[in-house]
Design a protein around this ligand. Structure first.
Ligand code: BMA
Length: 384
């Protein structure tokens, strides 16, 4: 009898501990996810804690406003290069508004060749340092990849068909595998406090345009999808990179275009994006932007995914009050998580103002609007 009671007591206390542990684990889960922010289905089932935080940060950013981004924000600007300012994070945007962009855009084109600098002469060592610093400051990092043509050795704009050569058993498959290894090796060095910095990776963008070798007319949509899926498999499963969130970003849609034509599938895409530029016709820009953003919002909402305005700009900002009167009214209530303005390379090729530029005042006003979020305005999301 006594032994039976002892056994019963033992089972009873083990059960108590068991339920207590379940309760603790449930409540700790609940503090990261909640009724508003529910656990997303991400491409990577083993996604890192930091990448989960990044996703949640994007979600709450979109609720609050729009994170303002700049490509190569602190790598160079008009009349300067990072090498001129070795001890500070210089930025044309910050020079005007007193805060850094919330989103830092980078491009890793030429990493595949094992080069020290990308196609726009930004060194990968500097890029790594900047990504780490930006992450430390709470910024969002997005990376595009203007990779060379693997078949011809030309650049991204050499639109000789090449996708068929690097997928499946293609003749340059081994080369592409090496290229992906170099991408992975680089991402693996971008670490802060021992953990990989979370990155939004946006490869093979603007595929519905004809200008890149992975674009319209240079490969079929099936080949494109295969390329994307094999790329994800290599980075995620072979190279075990778990810090990436994947963004799909076609270019502005022409009336006959289908946004989903090249879509790699819900299991391979985390964020739906779109690139739309103002080619000195702001009226046309506004009308196509409105329909493009409405479309990605609709598709993303159905799919329960985030969406963003992954590239834009008006070269030299030649339209007066462009930020406040052209861009802002369209993006204000669009639901996008961020907008990325393209790079400030030179006075004839720049997409953000700089000190002394005529749109400085307009940009300051843009900054003062409630929905535009710069670095200090981003929500601070932690692991619980
Ligand atoms: C393009 C231009 C090019 C640049 C490329 C990759 O839109 O800005 O000069 O090399 O992006 O950054």
């Amino acid at each position: 009898m006594i032994t039976k009671l002892k056994v019963f007591n033992k089972i009873y206390s083990i059960t108590k501990v068991f339920f207590f542990l379940i309760l603790i684990s449930l409540s700790s889960c609940n503090s990261f996810y909640n009724s508003v922010y529910q656990k997303p289905k991400l491409v990577d089932k083993k996604v890192s804690e930091n990448a989960k935080i990044l996703h949640k940060k994007l979600f709450y950013t979109a609720k609050k406003g729009i994170a303002i981004g700049h490509q190569d924000a602190t790598s160079y600007g008009i009349g300067w290069n990072e090498k001129d300012f070795p001890n500070i994070m210089k930025s044309d945007v910050e020079d005007i508004v007193g805060d850094l962009p919330a989103v830092f855009g980078f491009d890793i084109g030429r990493i595949e060749l094992g080069r020290k600098e990308n196609l726009d002469t930004v060194s990968f060592a500097f890029m790594r340092k900047t990504m780490i610093e930006a992450h430390k400051k709470g910024a969002i990092i997005t990376v595009s990849w203007h990779l060379d043509n693997p078949t011809t050795g030309g650049d991204s704009w050499d639109n000789t068909p090449a996708v068929k050569d690097i997928i499946g058993e293609g003749i340059h498959k081994k080369k592409y595998e090496l290229w992906l290894k170099r991408v992975a090796d680089f991402f693996k060095t971008v670490k802060y406090e021992g953990k990989l910095v979370p990155i939004i990776f946006r490869p093979f963008h603007e595929m519905n345009g004809k200008w890149f070798w992975w674009g319209e007319g240079n490969c079929t949509s099936e080949e494109y999808v295969q390329l994307w899926q094999e790329t994800v498999h290599a980075l995620r499963d072979e190279h075990k990179l778990h810090n990436l969130i994947y963004a799909y970003s076609p270019n502005k849609l022409n009336p006959s275009d289908n946004y989903m034509k090249y879509y790699p599938g819900d299991d391979y895409v985390d964020i739906l994006g779109i690139d739309v530029y103002d080619f000195k016709n702001s009226e046309e820009y506004v009308s196509s932007l409105k329909s493009s953003l409405a479309l990605i919002k609709q598709i993303a909402t159905e799919k329960n995914k985030l969406f963003a305005f992954t590239e834009t700009g008006l070269e030299t900002i030649s339209t007066e009050n462009w930020y406040t009167e052209v861009v802002y009214p369209v993006i204000e209530n669009s639901g996008i998580a961020w907008v990325l303005f393209w790079r400030n390379y030179k006075t004839t090729h720049h997409y953000m103002p700089f000190k002394g530029h005529k749109s400085e005042e307009d940009f300051l006003e843009f900054k003062s609007f409630s929905k535009t979020l710069f670095l200090k305005d981003l929500p601070n999301i932690t692991k619980d």
